[in-house]
Write a protein that binds this ligand. Structure first.
Ligand code: NAG
Ligand code: NAG
Ligand code: NAG
Ligand code: NAG
Ligand code: NAG
Ligand code: NAG
Ligand code: NAG
Length: 403
């Protein structure tokens, strides 16, 4: 089970919530757009300072979304929604690379900004689960010292940028790999943007819109430190206010798109549709993610975390200035018993990050059909039974009247 804030809701339980979501007058720019003109651009840095900064610009009729992904420091994304189709990103590299990067990354004009936040992937965690017999136990096992993702070196994303699929991949390994664990291994962050809504062919087939980006995190080939190592990812986000963003679980009876997974989790930055992160609590231990290779994920509750205890992201600081209201959580993948990273030294997990209202799965036609049959049959029986009772009652009362 993934962490759940004060408020949990599930399908069908809160029609009022859905109604209020529909009726709420969201800020103009946060209304989603069906299609967007999406472009991916690598922001060139100085030749002698290879730094990866990817700008995803998604232009709609009345709004522009900016997603700035970077591996300057730990992998991070700054997401910004503006209410004009003309807003631009401005980067000053000398400022950004300085010890005080505030203002080195801006979206202009500033007064067009309707929403902004950030996610930082701070650490790769590894746990020894050999002595964890109870799979329901909260702790994944004894932690090994985590890999700080600020101390990774990353490839040049220019080579992986594909303008047709709107993807780019950040691939990295520890700068200082004393144990040689990553000699044959790497950790990848594959970013994909979309110009319209749809669903990828690959599990867990998250429904995306033109307002979202998908991130697939993949660990391949790295040597685990134990026979039964479970991996995890520490994720930090900006709180926005005094409270941490809300994490919700949604349950569905439908697993058409992610076999045996009946849950969708999401992190919401505000009560109005502002920004969100969405994922299914499932990771895969094989490239062709199927039911056999599905690992359950556990998200710890989101906690306020002091900035200094986390690896810092210069791009987040450059955009937001010095911040203290970080909230962080740990995602752990798999259990000591099920399939695991140890099978093929492969692990992948996907999430969506977006602005506006999170995409909501409609029930698939198959499930609707099953429901119609399942609800229909007892309905007919009830109806038939009712008629029989009515008739029998009538007849018995007729008999009575005769007597
Ligand atoms: C990244 O690769 C591109 C194309 O291969 C090249 O033009 C560019 O100079 C490289 N950048 C760095 C910082 O190495
Ligand atoms: C964009 O703005 C114009 C004028 O303000 C409005 O008529 C139109 O409906 C808006 N389009 C969308 C997609 O919101
Ligand atoms: C970039 O930042 C540096 C240092 O903060 C500043 O001196 C320079 O004028 C800035 N460049 C531009 C084009 O704003
Ligand atoms: C697991 O438990 C056994 C027996 O209790 C102990 O000898 C061993 O050191 C434990 N291993 C770890 C990694 O804690
Ligand atoms: C890396 O791969 C090579 C060749 O496949 C293999 O000989 C070596 O043992 C591997 N190293 C590790 C640490 O897995
Ligand atoms: C890992 O498994 C091998 C073979 O099953 C065993 O010899 C070894 O002691 C195990 N290592 C650890 C750290 O448990
Ligand atoms: C994540 O797990 C690691 C290792 O157990 C721990 O040091 C860290 O504090 C955890 N982070 C959060 C946000 O819970």
């Amino acid at each position: 089970m993934c962490g759940c804030g004060q408020q949990c809701w599930s399908w069908g339980h809160s029609p009022m919530f859905l109604l209020s979501l529909l009726l709420s007058t969201a800020p103009f720019a946060l209304r989603g757009e069906d299609t967007r003109q999406v472009s991916l651009q690598v922001i060139p840095s100085w030749p002698d300072a290879p730094q990866n900064l990817l700008h995803v610009r998604a232009v709609g009729t009345n709004s522009t979304l900016h997603y700035v992904w970077g591996t300057l420091g730990p992998p991070a994304v700054v997401l910004v929604a503006t209410n004009t189709p003309h807003s631009t990103l401005s980067v000053n590299w000398s400022h950004l690379l300085s010890p005080e990067p505030e203002g080195g990354l801006m979206v202009l004009p500033k007064d067009s900004i309707q929403f902004s936040s950030a996610l930082v992937f701070t650490r790769l965690l590894e746990f020894d689960s050999t002595n964890v017999s109870d799979t329901a136990a909260k702790a994944p096992g004894k932690p090994y010292s985590p890999y700080s993702l600020a101390k990774f070196s990353w490839n040049n994303i220019t080579d992986s940028l594909d303008p047709t699929t709107l993807t780019a991949t950040f691939q990295g390994h520890p700068m200082n790999d004393a144990t040689g664990a990553f000699v044959n291994g790497s950790l990848s962050f594959r970013v994909q943007a979309f110009s319209r809504s749809g669903r990828p062919a690959q599990s867990p087939r998250l429904l995306h819109t033109a307002d979202t980006c998908q991130l697939e995190v993949t660990l391949v080939g790295a040597s685990p430190r134990g026979n039964r190592s479970l991996f995890g990812l520490e994720v930090a986000t900006l709180g926005g206010g005094p409270d941490c963003p809300l994490v919700q679980e949604q349950h569905s009876i439908d697993d058409e798109y992610a076999p045996a997974v009946f849950q969708l989790d999401q992190l919401l930055w505000g009560s109005l549709p502002t920004g969100f992160v969405q994922w299914r609590p499932v990771a895969y231990s094989q490239q062709l993610g199927g039911r056999e290779s599905a690992l359950p994920c556990h998200a710890s509750p989101l906690h306020p975390t002091l900035a200094y205890s986390l690896p810092q992201s210069p791009i987040v600081r450059a955009f937001f200035g010095p911040q203290n209201n970080f909230c962080a959580f740990n995602m752990t993948f798999g259990t000591s018993t099920g399939p695991g990273y140890w099978d093929q030294r492969y692990l992948s997990w996907s999430m969506l990050v977006g602005v506006g209202s999170p995409p909501a799965d409609a029930l698939s036609p198959l499930v609707l059909g099953i429901m119609a049959v399942a609800l229909g049959a007892p309905g007919l029986i009830l109806l038939g039974g009712g008629l029989v009772l009515l008739l029998r009652h009538k007849r018995s009362s007729e008999y009575e009247s005769i007597n």
